[in-house]
Design a protein around this ligand. Structure first.
Ligand code: ACO
Length: 339
């Protein structure tokens, strides 16, 4: 049997219209554009402000765009994975809501939660499903409405996050030497004390007490998260390069999870990768959790050439991390020109 490879054949994205600037944040909490820019490199982030709209709204927009751009027959799609930490509801899954709105008649859908690593995990799972020969077309969406769990009175966290969604279509091909080449995913289980939301889950369900004590917001120990993120992502880049005999010269692009600019710069430095090979858009969107990698790919699609060696890496709550070596499968500039 011919080997089946899993390739990304198109990219979609969506960010809400509302732009929350550093200047506006400085009117809400004791911070400044200068502090935010130098410490995390973020200038603005998008916020989904319309009442009644959640993550599925952004996920649907991104998925719809990838369907339109690729011209794929919606009835031929086998599965839809939405990876998110901010689902519309505890149940049903956000993916089931998206699939209903998109009207994908022959697909099944599920959510995957791996915090900021969600896209990396989902791409790997979609690729494995395709390589098994059972599925041919899968849409993977990374989407998060981080503003729904951010305390906008807490200057340590509110400056970091934004809302958005990115989507890719993953398809089967028998063309050799393109697509997902290799990957590894890790979950070390040490992250709970350092990054979590205290209430709202089964350990501490919502109550007057949890609301009164502001326990429904993201909590983090920033310095510890910073240290783990830099160590994990830089080691993971080096490990995937070593596993595949890649030198820094062989790598065309690194697409890291965009947590903040200082983390990205330190990761590139430790991994010996020149910053001009690192796709960065944190300045405009902030940390959109599961959406950062697909949004960076969406933003930079025209820069990819067929055959480019791309490394995806991410780190998130749990702690979860890993890396994937991907060989780009189409000319991004033509795809953008034809859109
Ligand atoms: N504006 C002004 N001052 C601030 C702000 C702010 N927004 N936030 C914190 N400060 C103050 C602190 O109160 C502290 O003041 P003090 O010295 O008077 O006590 C001072 O700045 C230094 O605080 P630190 O926490 O030591 O600052 P640090 O340099 O570590 O930067 C930051 C904090 C940006 C959160 C950093 O630790 C970091 O980037 N951590 C990673 C967090 C992250 O990216 N999380 C995302 C989720 S996980 C992921 O996506 C990988």
């Amino acid at each position: 049997m011919e080997k089946i490879n899993a390739i990304i054949t198109g990219v979609g994205g969506y960010v809400p219209d509302y732009i929350l600037t550093n200047e506006e944040l400085a009117r809400m909490v004791d911070t400044s554009d200068e502090w935010i820019t130098t410490r995390v490199g973020i200038k603005e982030r998008r916020i989904l402000t319309e009442e009644g709209l959640g993550t599925s709204y952004m996920a649907r927009k991104a998925a719809k765009q990838v369907i339109q751009k690729t011209g794929v027959d919606p009835d031929s799609i086998d599965a839809l994975i939405v990876t998110t930490t901010t689902p519309d509801y505890k149940f049903p899954s956000t993916a089931s809501i998206v699939i209903g709105k998109l009207g994908l008649k022959n697909a099944f859908a599920f959510d995957l939660e791996a915090a900021c690593c969600g896209f990396l995990y989902s791409l790997d799972i979609a690729a494995s499903m395709i390589q098994s020969g059972r599925y041919k077309k899968i849409i993977v969406v990374g989407a998060d409405k981080m503003s729904s769990l951010i305390d906008y009175t807490d200057r340590q966290t509110c400056v970091l996050f934004g809302d958005g969604a990115g989507a890719v279509l993953v398809e089967a091909t028998t063309e050799e030497n393109v697509g997902v080449q290799n990957s590894f995913l890790r979950t070390d289980g040490k992250g709970l004390p350092f990054l979590h939301m205290k209430a709202g889950g089964s350990v501490c369900p919502p109550s007057h007490f949890t609301v009164d004590h502001r326990l429904h917001y993201l909590y983090q120990e920033g310095r510890t998260v910073f240290r783990y993120a830099v160590t994990s992502m830089s080691k993971d880049i080096l490990e995937i390069m070593q596993m595949n005999g890649l030198s820094d010269q062989d790598v065309n692009w690194v697409v890291p999870h965009e947590a903040n600019l200082r983390i990205i710069e330190a990761v590139a430095k430790h991994a010996g990768i020149s910053l001009d090979k690192v796709m960065i858009n944190i300045e405009r969107y902030g940390n959109t959790s599961a959406a950062t990698i697909p949004l960076a790919v969406w933003d930079n699609e025209e820069r990819f050439r067929k055959g480019d060696n791309v490394i995806f890496t991410a780190f998130g709550a749990g702690f979860v991390h890993g890396a994937s070596y991907y060989k780009w499968a189409y000319d991004g500039a033509s795809a953008v020109a034809n859109k």
